[in-house]
Design a protein around this ligand. Sequence first.
Ligand code: NAP
Length: 300
Amino acid sequence: MYDVLIIGSGPAGLSAAIYAKRANLDVRILEKNMFGTGQVAESSEVDNYLGLPHSNGFDLGDKFRKHAEGLGVEFITGEAAGIVKEDGIFKITLKNGEILESKTVIYGAGATHRHLDVPGENELRGHGVSYCATCDGGFYRGKTVAVFGGGDTAINDALYLSKLASKVYIVHRREEFRGSKQYVDKLMNTENIEPVLSEELKNIEGDTKVQSVLLKSGRKIEVDGVFIAVGMNPLTDILQGTVDIDASGYIIAGEDCVTSLPGFFAAGDVRTKKLRQVITAAADGANAVDSAIDFLKNSR
Ligand code: NAP
């Protein structure tokens, strides 16, 4: 039985692992995909992580992981399918049927890409529809693409794609972008990016690959690729009935990462919080371990 089982190997999980290891706790990270570093790997540029300006998201995630590996943190590849607490012990059942036992759990499973649920989106996924500009942008060299969304992710995606594609449309449903001023300014000053405001996607057209997008106003834009960046859904389905979750699916917890279930802590994007960034996820990892240490001391 472990002292701490961390679920998720994004910045929250990796930071928690470093703090747990340095506190001499018997810790493991459970991760769905081997060598994971979470969503940060998908960011073309992270410019607001203290001390590491102009970082490429993939490289930054890799640095976090190497830090944890360097301290001897062990990783288990597997997907949690259910979590119960019985007689003061957490039993985490994996999809392959294996059961892990731990005195505490730090849940940092993050979030998945939200969909727009329009005709053509599912059918043309992988054939011109993508949720990750840094993963798929390379296929659109010299082509025309449209990015949907108005937050930092959509803006960063548009900026990244502008270096590859000949033309980038960024379509947002409001009159103004939601993203940081610094990124919006850069967007507005990039010649091959055309903002399309107060517009929404009606459907994505094409037989075997994307050919155009039809907007709700009736405007049609011919594109080779569509990048959807309209936010995330927290990965908390397996926790229904186990711990308190808000109406949007986030685990209710404060800065100390303490949840309604004693010994179960929420860290990173899955937690109710105002600002979801790499630095706030890393901070959660540290706070979650501090709370786990208090819990372990008090339950002796
Ligand atoms: P977000 O800030 O929640 O933005 C989602 C965007 O999608 C919003 O503009 C929203 O429109 C739009 N949207 C949502 N549902 C929609 C729908 N059904 N139809 C049309 N548009 C829809 O999400 P995010 O951009 O992924 O960012 C998440 C967090 O990560 C933020 O805190 C962000 O600052 C941070 N982040 C930081 C960086 C960086 O610093 N490098 C990079 C990426 C993300 P409304 O504006 O109308 O709500």
